[in-house]
Design a protein around this ligand. Sequence first.
Ligand SMILES: Nc1ncnc2c1ncn2[C@@H]1O[C@H](COP(=O)(O)OP(=O)(O)OP(=O)(O)O)[C@@H](O)[C@H]1O
Ligand SMILES: [Mg+2]
Length: 391
Amino acid sequence: MITTFAVAGYRSLVDLVVPLAPLTVVSGANGTGKTSLYRALRLLAAAGAGELVGAVAREGGLASALWAGPERTAGPGAQGTVRSRPVSLRLGVGSAEYGYLVELGQPQVDPARSFFLHDPEIKREQVFMGAAPRPSAVFIDRTRGAARVRDAGWRAVPQALGPGQSVLRDLDDAGTLADTLRLRTRMAEWRCYDHFRTDRAAPARQAQVGTRTRWLSDDGADLAAVWATAIERGQDGPLAGAVAEAFPGSRVEITVTHGVFELLLHQPGLLRPFSAAELSDGTLRYLLLCAALLPAEPPPLIVLNEPEGSLHAELLAPLGALIRRAAERTQVLVVTHAPTLRAALTGAAAGAGAAGSAAPGAEIELESTGWGTRVRGQGPLDGPPWNWPAR
Ligand SMILES: Nc1ncnc2c1ncn2[C@@H]1O[C@H](COP(=O)(O)OP(=O)(O)OP(=O)(O)O)[C@@H](O)[C@H]1O
Ligand SMILES: [Mg+2]
């Protein structure tokens, strides 16, 4: 389980260290940094897949992703101060098992000679045991092109790492290969879901060729295949329960014609089932959330950004119960600005009957300060321990 998530220099997240619980609910007023937190986690998942540089470049490069405010905390003279230190975007994660942190900086290229001005460079990386990068826990330490690893003592790795190469994917060192593989596989398995498309041409509305599918894709195209996988493995009970709770008397059926999978919803009072193409936006989105949260075997971490979007108010309580049920099996983080959903997830009583033994979610409320986002009520020494290494 992830216990700590740390981010610095990313959009409004100047310097944030957040404790994560089995179920964490992130809330806050508009513009306080909720979506930034979601996107920072998604960048770390991309780092696990070895795609961090590309993911930042697609956000418009470091120039757009970096904190655009002053270097020091707001006060007289903070506006317009000239930067004295190199700007960087830092992301880190700690768990009971391993932790990882990465620091990205501006590319050191001549603008007249390079096509790749949006490619950030990896300046620093550390892999460590446990929840925080204490010096004694670090066992892979990379500074620019040079990496060293620790077994009995520190030893330098002869390989020179390129500015876009990561120790997670590219370090050629037999002694640490098993650790980096395990860590990056875990991180790459995190599933981050944002707004699902439900327009007429949305992938989730089309019948699709299906194969056994562990987890729903970002666009929901494999909804029917994920559902069928759960049915075939005898794990569709929770899915059926979640559908019946939101739409009493309704049930999902999966049909396969020449390998093409289609999801149908049988609803009381209708003579024929509706296909995904015919469902309302809210109904389809709820079914997508069911498949995202209750696949046959859950991913290690599920992150949802504002899942309440376009759902009818009546569906928020069932959605809360659905999320709490998912959190009984795996770690879940939900970013929301719907008070009803927040209450359903964090209230000890709300949803408890429907969600069985699920513990209430831990709440993190973000607030804006003159110097970016902070966690409400978290003093300078309250957050989980975390120290960024010097560059
Ligand atoms: N590079 C940047 N530097 C500083 N601040 C930024 C940067 N990019 C975005 N912001 C600001 O960060 C704040 C947080 O944005 P974010 O999208 O995370 O808010 P949110 O909490 O999700 O809001 P909403 O509830 O409206 O969705 C916004 O005020 C935004 O203008
Ligand atoms: Mg937002």
